[in-house]
Write a protein that binds this ligand. Structure first.
Ligand code: ADP
Length: 168
C-alpha cells in the first residue's frame, strides 16, 4: 500500500492546502495529513479544531483516502516507522523552494529511503498562506474564497482571531 504524508500546521487550512491534498491523494492509496503540533508559532486554532476542519473539508470534497494525525517530533523517524513512501510539500515561490530543499536533503541524509515530492501550487493559490489569512482575519477582512467554506464559517461564527471590531 502506497502511503504518502502531507505535514503542515494548517492553521487554518486554506484552499492552497486543500488543492495539494486533492492532488496528492490521487497519487497514493492513503494520504496522511499530519497536523504539526509544535510549530513554535502562536496558534489561531487548537490542534483539535484544525483536525476537525480538515476532516470536514476533505469529506465535503468527497476524498475518501485521507487519514488525519497529530505530528510532533522527528519526521525521518516517523516516516521510517510508519512505512510512508514519501512526504508531500507544496511550492509557491522561491522562498518555499529555498527553505524546502535543505530540509529534503537533510531528511534524505538521515534516512536514505526518505523521498520528498514537491507539488507546484495551483497559480490561483500562489499568494495564499496561513499567516496571510491570519492577518486578514485580524483586521476583520473577508476570507471568503481563501479558505474552504466550513473553515470560513467556523472562524467567522466564533469570531476567532479577530482583534478589531467592525467599527474600527
Ligand atoms: P503555511 O505555509 O501556509 O503556514 P503550512 O506550514 O501549513 O502552511 O504548510 C504546509 C505545506 O503546505 C508546506 O509544504 C507549504 O509550502 C504548503 N502550502 C502552504 N500554502 C500553500 C499554497 N497556497 N499552495 C501550495 N502549497 C501550500
Amino acid at each position: 500500500m502506497k502511503k504518502f504524508m502531507y505535514p503542515g500546521s494548517f492553521d487554518p487550512l486554506t484552499y492552497g492546502h486543500l488543492d495539494i491534498i486533492k492532488r496528492a491523494s490521487k497519487l497514493c492509496d492513503v494520504l496522511v495529513v499530519a497536523v504539526v503540533t509544535n510549530s513554535g508559532k502562536v496558534p489561531l486554532l487548537t490542534v483539535e479544531e484544525r483536525r476537525r476542519l480538515i476532516k470536514e473539508a476533505v469529506d465535503d470534497a468527497g476524498l475518501e483516502n485521507i487519514e488525519i494525525v497529530n505530528f510532533s517530533g522527528f519526521l525521518a523517524d516517523y516516516v521510517r516507522n510508519h512505512s510512508i513512501s514519501c512526504i508531500v510539500r507544496g511550492l509557491r515561490d522561491i522562498p518555499d523552494f529555498t527553505s524546502e530543499i535543505p530540509r529534503a536533503y537533510m531528511n534524505k541524509h538521515l534516512y536514505e529511503d526518505f523521498e520528498t515530492l514537491f507539488l507546484l501550487t495551483n497559480i490561483e493559490h500562489s499568494f495564499l498562506s496561513s499567516s496571510a489569512i491570519k492577518e486578514v482575519i485580524y483586521f476583520n477582512g473577508s476570507i471568503k474564497g481563501l479558505v474552504p467554506e466550513n473553515v470560513r464559517r467556523y472562524i467567522e461564527d466564533h469570531h476567532i482571531g479577530r482583534v478589531l471590531d467592525e467599527d474600527n
